[in-house]
Design a protein around this ligand. Structure first.
Ligand SMILES: [Zn+2]
Length: 255
C-alpha cells in the first residue's frame, strides 16, 4: 500500500521513528509520501527522505495554516525548492484553504494557493490539497483558475457527496484516511458512491488516527484499518483496495 500523506518527520515520532517505519512496512506499506508544511520542518522532512530513500517520496508546498505575515518569504523558499535543478518532488503540497483555524489571512491563502497551483501546472506535478471548512471557496477559486481538468488529490476529503462527485469529475482523487472509520454517514456515502479508482489511501499521521486508535497518535501502519473499512464499504477485498489505490497513486505521482 502507498500512504499518500503522512508526516513521519514530525516531532511526534522522535522517540520511536524507526519502529514506526518498521511497523508500517510490516503492515504492508511499500511507500510513504511526505507533504511539505513550511520552513520549520523542511530540514527534518528532507533528512528523513534521505535516510530511507526506498520508502519515502517528498512533496513541497506552503500549507494554508502557515500563510501568515511572513508568507512571501516562505513562498519564495518553496519556489526555489520546486524549481531547483535537482528537485525531487512528486507533488506540490500540501497547499489549500483552511478557514477552520483562522480566517485572518484568507485573501493571502487564496493568492498563495493560486500561485502554487500555477507552479504545479508549469512543472506538470499533481497537487495535494488541504481543504478545511472551505470547499465552496475552493471550487470558486478553481473556477477562476479555469484549468479545465486537474491532477491531484483532495487530501483527507471531508466534503459532501455532491462535492466529492464534482471533484472527481474535475479529475481529482480523494484521499481517504482515519475519518472514514468514525461514525460519519457522509464519509461512508462518499466512499460507497465514488469509483475505487478515484480513491487514495492516506493516514495523515500523526493526526486523525482511525478507530480504535482515535485520539491517539496516528501512524502509517494503521493504514490497514482504513483499507479494511473501504473494502467493507465497497464490498471488495482488501487486496483489491490495495491493488487499485496503489496503481492510482503510482500513476498520479509518477512513483
Ligand atoms: Zn497533512
Amino acid at each position: 500500500m502507498v500512504d499518500t500523506h503522512c508526516h513521519l518527520y514530525d516531532e511526534a515520532f522522535d522517540a520511536d521513528r524507526q519502529q514506526a517505519i518498521q511497523r508500517a512496512v510490516e503492515a504492508g506499506v511499500s511507500l510513504m509520501l511526505l507533504p511539505g508544511i513550511d520552513s520549520s520542518s523542511h530540514d527534518r522532512q528532507e533528512a528523513l527522505a534521505r535516510q530511507y530513500p526506498s520508502l519515502f517520496r517528498q512533496m513541497m508546498g506552503l500549507h494554508p495554516t502557515s500563510v501568515t505575515e511572513s508568507y512571501q518569504s516562505e513562498l519564495g523558499l518553496i519556489q526555489q525548492k520546486l524549481f531547483s535543478p535537482d528537485a525531487h518532488y512528486v507533488g506540490v503540497g500540501e497547499i489549500g484553504l483552511d478557514l477552520y483555524w483562522d480566517k485572518t489571512f484568507y485573501e493571502q491563502q487564496c493568492e498563495v494557493l493560486k500561485t502554487q497551483m500555477r507552479w504545479a501546472r508549469q512543472l506538470d506535478l499533481p497537487v495535494c490539497l488541504h481543504v478545511r471548512k472551505a470547499y465552496n471557496e475552493l471550487f470558486g477559486l478553481l473556477r477562476d483558475l479555469n484549468f479545465g481538468t486537474y491532477k491531484g488529490v483532495m487530501h483527507c476529503f471531508g466534503g459532501s457527496v455532491q462535492q466529492a462527485h464534482k471533484a472527481v469529475e474535475m479529475g481529482f482523487h480523494l484521499g481517504i484516511g482515519g475519518v472514514v472509520t468514525f461514525k460519519n454517514a457522509t464519509m461512508a456515502e462518499v466512499v460507497a458512491s465514488v469509483p475505487l479508482q478515484s480513491l487514495l489511501l492516506e493516514t495523515d499521521a500523526p493526526y486523525l488516527a482511525p478507530v480504535p486508535y482515535r485520539g491517539k497518535r496516528n501512524e502509517s501502519a494503521y493504514i490497514l484499518v482504513i483499507a479494511e473499512k473501504i473494502a467493507a464499504l465497497k464490498g471488495v477485498s482488501i487486496a483489491e483496495v490495495d491493488e487499485v489505490t496503489s496503481a492510482s497513486a503510482t500513476v498520479l505521482f509518477g512513483l
